[in-house]
Design a protein around this ligand. Sequence first.
Ligand SMILES: Nc1ncnc2c1ncn2[C@@H]1O[C@H](COP(=O)(O)OP(=O)(O)OP(=O)(O)O)[C@@H](O)[C@H]1O
Length: 269
Amino acid sequence: MPANEKIRFENVAKSFIVRDPKQKGATQQFTAVKDLSFTVKEGEFITLVGPSGCGKSTLLDLISGLTRPTSGRIYMDGREITGPGLDRGIVFQQYALFPWKTARGNIEFGLEAKGVPKHERKELAEHFLALVGLSAFANRYPHELSGGMKQRVAIARSLAFNPDVLLMDEPFAALDAQTRETLQSELLRIWQKTKKTIIFITHGIDEAVYLGERVVVLTPGPGTVKKIVDIPLKHRLDDADIRSHPEFVKARHEVWSLLHELEYQGAYI
Ligand SMILES: Nc1ncnc2c1ncn2[C@@H]1O[C@H](COP(=O)(O)OP(=O)(O)OP(=O)(O)O)[C@@H](O)[C@H]1O
C-alpha cells in the first residue's frame, strides 16, 4: 500500500435485488455500480460527480460500511472495510439534527453516546461551533436556524467525532446559491485546518471543481469511473473570484465536456 493511501476501491460492484416489472412476483438483479477502482489519498479532498442514479450515494454507503460490495473490496488504511465505524463521519443533504436539541446539544449528544465525559463534551462542542462560525448560536434550536446554519451544525457534529474521513453526500444541495458558495469556502477553510480526508458527492460541476483536488467523473448507471480530473488550483481561498480564473474555467470545461459525451445522453446531470 502506498504510504499516503487512505482508501482503495478494488473492482467494486454493488447489485440490488429488485422486482421484475415484467413478471409478477419475480425479481431480478440490478447493478448500481461496477468495476470501480480508484484510490483516495490521506488528507485529500476528492469530489465525485455523475448523473442522477449513477450510484454516487451507493458508493458512499459502501465506504461508510452501511452496505457491503457484491464483489470487489474497499480498503481504508490497508484494512478491508467490513462495517460502519466512527473513523468515518457522514454529512447528508438533509441536516438530520434532533429538533428538540439545541445546536450545542446536537453536537454533545453523539459524544455522550461515545462516552466522552461531560466537561469534554462541552469543550468539544464549543470548539467545533466556533470552527463553523456558530458560537453565538449554540443555544438555538434547529427551527431557529437557517438552512446554512443547520448544515454547519451537522458538519460540526461530524467533526466533533474526530473521524479520519468525512463523507459528504450533496450537503449543500438544499441551500440557496449564495449560502452554498459561502459554505463551500468555509468547508475548504475547515479542511485546511483539520487536514481531514474528504469525499464529497455533488451534482454540481462548479462545486466539484471548486472543492476537489481531483474530480472523479462517473459514468451513467451502472456507475464506474469515467475519468479522474486533476484540478491544479492552488489558492482557491485567496482569490475571491477564483471561478473566473482561466485554470478554473479550463478544468470546469473538461469536466463539463466529459459529462456531455454521447453516453450521457438522456441522463439527468
Ligand atoms: N436499496 C436499493 N434497492 C434497489 N435499488 C437501489 C437501492 N439503492 C439504490 N438503488 C438503485 O441504484 C442506483 C444508484 O442509486 P444512488 O442513490 O446510488 O444514485 P445517485 O447517483 O446517488 O443518484 P442521485 O444523484 O439521484 O442522488 C439507482 O438506480 C437506484 O434506484
